[in-house]
Design a protein around this ligand. Structure first.
Ligand SMILES: C[S@@+](CC[C@H](N)C(=O)[O-])C[C@H]1O[C@@H](n2cnc3c(N)ncnc32)[C@H](O)[C@@H]1O
Length: 182
């Protein structure tokens, strides 16, 4: 499915704004693919913000780099690698975003623990993923995480879920914060 088709039912700018991405934000796009969310995030945060993107696919990362260069976006840090091994910086992120990817990781627990380390004390994790329902597209049913499973994983990484809601016809969004340390 190309981006234009996907945009008919998933609006990346509205989703990113809804989870608090704004001018000056530092955003981690983990498992960023070819940049469906990464490029809109870079536009939203502007020159005073920064977007970090990581994916295991070098082809995907090269595509984002080309798009960024064509648009003159100089606020992206891109990496090819496993999210399980990536902590870009400690307590530095306003938003750590997972776009339809948590169910894809070999070790989602490790990736979420890295996310917890990257979040600022008042930062937010946002996990957008497929509803666990049969559909003519998207990952097979048995691979999908329902909201309860994703919530349990997120909370075992030391985060507190703040909201769970449907977003568009096929997905849900879970947002979470770091536990406040006394
Ligand atoms: C379904 S795509 C979603 C891409 C993007 N977030 C989006 O919304 O378009 C999942 C992406 O996760 C990447 N991926 C899978 N396992 C990964 C891992 N362990 N570390 C980093 N990226 C991974 C894949 O290469 C793929 O680009």
């Amino acid at each position: 499915m190309d981006d234009l088709e996907r945009r008919k039912w998933q609006d990346p700018e509205a989703i990113l704004a809804g989870i608090g991405v704004r001018k000056g934000s530092t955003v981690m796009d983990i498992g960023c693919g070819h940049g469906f969310f990464t490029i809109p995030a870079a536009r939203l945060v502007g020159a005073s913000g920064r977007v970090y993107g990581i994916d295991i696919s070098d082809v995907a990362i090269t595509q984002i780099a080309k798009k960024a260069s064509a648009e003159g976006l100089g606020n992206l840090t891109l990496a090819v690698g496993r999210a399980e091994d990536a902590v870009f910086c400690e307590a530095c992120a306003d938003v750590v975003f997972f776009g339809i990817v948590l169910h894809d990781f070999e070790e989602p627990e490790k990736v979420l623990s890295n996310a917890e380390r990257m979040l600022k004390p008042r930062g937010r994790l946002a996990n957008l993923d497929w509803k666990k329902e049969s559909m003519a597209f998207g990952p097979p049913l048995e691979k999908r995480f329902d909201e309860a499973r994703a919530t349990a994983l997120i909370e075992s990484a030391g985060l507190v879920v703040e909201a769970t809601a449907g977003t568009g016809p096929y997905h849900y969004m879970i947002t979470a914060r770091r536990k406040q340390r006394s």
